[in-house]
Design a protein around this ligand. Structure first.
Ligand SMILES: [Zn+2]
Length: 177
């Protein structure tokens, strides 16, 4: 039997002090924000996350999230597999200081002493899952004339796939608690 969730009230400074590491396999069906955006809430992800203090005494969460889920192809509307393999580089910060952290890290907002580690994982997953996705042309159910192919959007770069609202959504999340 797999354990279902990560700590929902993780005392992140204590975890950084202990250099705690979390390794776990999570079912997407237990991650509501992800289950909402993937096909039938399918899939599972393996997380490996370590806490530490950086030189500025900020709590840093680093590691990987990898796994499989299913999205809907926006061209043929059939399911398509998605492999997730994302590097996590997060600094836990307050809203006031969120824009001051090193740009290679994602901010995760906490105004108290605890974070919901599941919320952090979901936020990082939302950044890793593309907004729109298409099968490779050779695998797609819709065959296209060359004219239509020219009208298709170009491959979206990783950067523009990033969700600019993730800070806001984490605020929303913490307000709900
Ligand atoms: Zn398709």
């Amino acid at each position: 039997m797999f354990e279902e969730l990560l700590p929902t009230r993780a005392e992140f400074r204590k975890l950084a002090q202990k250099q705690a590491e979390f390794k776990k396999v999570l079912q997407v069906s237990h991650l509501p924000r992800i289950a909402d955006v993937v096909y039938q809430g399918e899939g599972e992800v393996a997380i490996d996350l370590s806490f530490a203090f950086n030189e500025k005494y900020q709590v840093q969460v680093a590691g990987t999230i990898s796994g499989q889920t299913t999205l809907i192809c926006q061209r043929c509307l059939q399911p398509m597999p998605l492999t997730i393999d994302t590097e996590v580089k997060v600094i836990i910060t307050t809203l006031e200081q969120a824009d001051q952290i090193d740009r290679q890290f994602d901010p995760f907002i906490s105004d108290g002493d605890v974070i919901d580690l599941n919320a952090l994982v979901q936020e990082e997953l939302l950044l890793a899952i593309p907004f729109v996705s298409y099968h490779d042309k050779s695998e797609c159910q819709v065959s296209l004339s060359s004219n239509q192919q020219n009208a298709l959007p170009d491959e979206v770069s990783n950067e523009s796939k990033k969700n600019p609202f993730h800070v806001l959504s984490s605020l929303k999340k913490s307000n709900e608690e």
